[in-house]
Design a protein around this ligand. Structure first.
Ligand SMILES: [Zn+2]
Length: 179
């Protein structure tokens, strides 16, 4: 593919028009101010030919919806997200999300719970850890907390929500009685 010439004056980004250093370390003329601008510009430059090729594939009947080739299951999406993060790490642009301003503010708030309940919550966050893995005091604390939260949620229900829940319970009960 032919290299495109620099469009704006030296020191001005071809995409966002911001000021930038005129030279790279290697002495090549810089077209864009950042990786993001370069990627965006390259993607836009290739859009027309990508679209044309896609239309050709559709006309020839060889196009297959990618969602059919790889159904978007949760495992597939997790793998894709991981790939994206690894790409960011390799490019040196990954930032620990826990270090963002909002996350730092949230993480430095005092703990809401203490004692056995806090321990139970921490343990239950681990993958594969269930109620059976907790100590009896942790189980008791967590069950009491869960009951309390449920009754608070139910206290906020509207009449329609309460009626829907009653209907669901009634059906579940009927199902259990008539096997
Ligand atoms: Zn730019």
């Amino acid at each position: 593919m032919a290299k495109t010439e620099k469009q704006r004056p030296l020191g001005i980004c071809d995409l966002c028009s911001s000021q930038m250093p005129t030279h790279t370390v290697k002495g090549k003329i810089r077209r864009y101010c950042s990786r993001e601008c370069r990627n965006t510009a390259n993607s836009r430059a290739g859009a027309a030919s990508r679209t044309r090729k896609l239309h050709e594939r559709i006309a020839a009947g060889s196009w297959v919806n990618p969602a059919m080739l790889r159904p978007p299951t949760s495992a597939e999406q997790a793998a894709r997200a991981r790939k994206g993060r690894l790409r960011e790490v390799a490019a040196g642009v990954w930032r620990n999300p826990a270090l963002s301003e909002a996350a730092r503010a949230k993480l430095s708030r005092p703990r809401k719970h203490s004692g056995a309940l806090a321990e139970a919550m921490e343990r239950l966050k681990q993958p594969g850890v269930g109620m059976a893995d907790l100590t009896p005091p942790q189980q008791d604390a967590y069950r009491a907390y869960a009951r309390e939260m449920q009754s608070r949620r139910r206290a906020r229900w509207t009449d329609a929500e309460r009626a829907a829940a009653r209907k669901k319970w009634r059906e579940a009960w009927r199902k259990r009685r008539t096997p």
